[in-house]
Ligand binder design. Sequence first.
Ligand SMILES: Nc1ncnc2c1ncn2[C@@H]1O[C@H](COP(=O)(O)OP(=O)(O)OP(=O)(O)O)[C@@H](O)[C@H]1O
Ligand SMILES: [Mg+2]
Length: 365
Amino acid sequence: MVTDAASCAPGGPVRLTAYSHGAGCACKLSPTELGQVMAGLTPARSPDLIVGREHGDDALVWRRPDGRALVATIDVFTPIVDDAATWGRIAAVNAGSDVFAMGGRPLFGLAFAAWPRERLPLTLLTEVLEAGQAAANDGGWVVAGGHTIDGAEPLYGQAVVGELDPERMLRNTQGRPGDTLVLTKPLGTGLVTTAVKRRPPEAHGPGGELAGAYAAAVAEMTRSNGDAAQAALACGTRAGTDVTGFGLLNHLREVLLASGVAARLDAAAVPRLPGVADLLARGEVPGGTQRNLAHVRDHLELAAGVDEGQLVVLADAQTSGGLLLAVPARAAAVDLVAQLTDGGHTAAVIGELTDGPSATIQIVA
Ligand SMILES: Nc1ncnc2c1ncn2[C@@H]1O[C@H](COP(=O)(O)OP(=O)(O)OP(=O)(O)O)[C@@H](O)[C@H]1O
Ligand SMILES: [Mg+2]
């Protein structure tokens, strides 16, 4: 086994993020590129396919003869943090998130990994896989197989299969004017993890300038969306998605396009991770976040007072982000936020769906 001198502090631990070109969900193709690729793909058809990829939903849903349905998704990404076990946990929580974002319960998963075997110790890969299995167990599913290849960059993730009641799903198509928008995690993981990656390790170690922001980001990225999804279903929610690499604005826009509605967002109400304001002040914006904002900018209507920094946060590429939910009754949304807050989530009412020009997002300061 050999490790890259360039990627290690002298005598220090391996920095996994030094082996990846783009971190976490920010390594996705941009929304523009994915749209081009998908436009050229023949749609899949089957009488049992209840949800396919036509509305960019989080997972496919497959009808079973007993009236229940299977839900299946895959998520694989590059290291978002340097620590192997933390990365494994984040990637597994993120892989299960799309099942929760459809209102499902994960049953089992298959792990996929790529590993630069000449450059990184295999023991680290075992750590990643073990942490991913443990996170899956905590989330209620088992990982009992997978596939591993030699690759130029480390990659890890899971395909996860779950089940749901097709009458009680969270779909992109079910948003209605008047629904209240709830977000269940703070934004800023892209800004924080990119800053951590660019600085020496001491910056996010004990007492470092990014220590608080990093700890908060890891706590959010390793937080399951399972509770929030169950609570949302229980209060009558039928529309939602998870906020990942395309940022809140683009994931919201997928819901708007699929539902044929518009939205009003209260930028000041959107929760942020600690440390984000400092990074914005220094202009430290990840490339993926800039691409996300460029993709959606033409569809924004900005009220007086909305500044560029707020837009950057709203477009920031999230890894293992929270749920964006469209809750039919305002009072139910307020109760949902209170319930989630009591359970340790940082959730907030952030706006509403409207009958404005289709798929337009009006942003107020
Ligand atoms: N290679 C592919 N082949 C077929 N469909 C794809 C492929 N890549 C993406 N898609 C589909 O495009 C849509 C958007 O995918 P995307 O990965 O952005 O969202 P997602 O599945 O919600 O994942 P995440 O929440 O982790 O970002 C989904 O419906 C997905 O199934
Ligand atoms: Mg998703």
